[in-house]
Design a protein around this ligand. Structure first.
Ligand SMILES: [Zn+2]
Length: 354
């Protein structure tokens, strides 16, 4: 394969460690706007999407990822200074789904004054007062944030109120040969891929399109930011980047999830919300294979992406997913080779004559 780009890992680490929960993506969009301004014309829209025109001529090709990460909302603060949590999404169950497990992680509360560290807590086995307590499902009120404070007034003095957002907050780590793990591979690895691909494209004079890149807000709560991208910039086709589901761990049935880490980007033909452009997807596969990029293809359930929002606005769109284990957890895990191959694929696509 082509070399592993050190600038790609650096961008993944920097972006993934920034706090950018749904609805409070400012730190991520600030980073994106500043970096993209070094090689492109940047606009920031009313809802805080960032869009940049890179270079080239012809049909407009949009490469897109989302800035937000999943989070928790501050619901209330107790008299003795503990933060009670609510859901960032439309919680039809009324209790936490099995796939969210924040306990014993470091936490970061985002306020208008800055950030406040703490940790996600629950009563320990030693102080549970009922036997049933150790067997029932989790309720939202079983979890809280311990900030090391003693009163609501202390929390409020730090800017913490209902409506603030809370994220889990691990550092990015490399492990094994090529694995990278961190809290927001979804979807900051996509923004890192788009950034590095656009930087490479900005230096070339053989672009087959006019290349535009975008970082959207509020994807995780229903593709909200992406819905107005088409009002801010006219584009002809869209390659959306997001995490890809894999079955290469104990548990999932390989028949349901045939993709795996280290086997290249995944072209997703269909998910819960949309059928992606079949022709554009096929073209991606063909161009990838012509450039020695290993390619996977898949369909997903219980999954959606900003690509659906673009198709609803009349823009031909495909979804390129980089394989990711443990999505929506503090240890989202990707393979550095897949990220590099995804950059290779985007550069090859944007420079292949139409
Ligand atoms: Zn995502």
């Amino acid at each position: 394969m082509s070399r592993l780009r050190p600038e790609l890992f650096d961008a993944v680490r920097e972006l993934s460690e920034l706090p950018g929960p749904t609805g409070h993506e400012d730190a991520v969009q600030d980073w994106i706007a500043a970096r993209w301004a070094t090689f492109a014309d940047v606009q920031r829209t009313g809802v805080d999407n960032v869009i940049a025109t890179v270079s080239g001529a012809g049909r407009r090709l949009l490469i897109m990822g989302h800035a937000d990460e999943i989070c928790f909302m501050v619901r209330s603060i107790s008299d003795d200074g503990f933060v009670h949590l609510g859901s960032y999404f439309n919680d039809v169950r009324g209790y936490p789904p099995r796939w969210i497990m924040p306990l014993n992680q470091t936490a970061l509360v985002l306020t208008e004054q800055g950030t406040v560290p703490g940790f996600f807590s629950t009563v320990s086995g030693h102080v549970l007062t009922t036997r049933e307590g150790s067997e029932k499902r989790w309720e939202w009120k079983d979890w809280f944030i311990d900030l090391g404070l003693s009163s609501r007034a202390e929390a409020e003095a730090l800017g913490i109120f209902p409506g603030c957002r809370v994220i889990w907050n691990p550092k990015v780590q490399r492990y094994g040969q090529t694995r990278i793990t961190g809290k927001a591979m979804d979807d900051r690895a996509a923004l890192a891929i788009a950034t590095v691909a656009a930087e490479e494209l900005s230096k070339r004079d053989d672009l087959a399109y006019e290349v535009v890149i975008a970082s959207t807000v509020q994807e995780e709560n229903g593709l909200i930011g992406a819905q107005s991208i088409a009002d801010s910039v006219e584009v002809d086709l869209c390659l959306n980047l997001d995490v890809g589901l894999v079955g290469d761990i104990p548990g999932p049935d390989r028949q349901d999830f045939p993709s795996k880490l280290g086997a290249g980007p995944v072209v997703v033909y269909q998910d819960s919300s949309v059928h992606y452009s079949r022709k554009l997807s096929d073209r991606l596969l063909k161009i990838g294979r012509e450039h020695d990029v290993p390619m996977q293809r898949a369909i997903y359930q219980q999954y959606g992406s900003d690509g659906a929002a673009m198709i609803k606005r009349g823009i031909e769109s495909a979804l390129i997913a980089y394989p990711t284990r443990y999505t929506h957890s503090p240890v989202e895990t990707v393979d550095e080779r897949d990220l590099n191959w995804t950059v290779d694929l985007l550069v090859a696509f944007a420079t292949t004559p139409v």
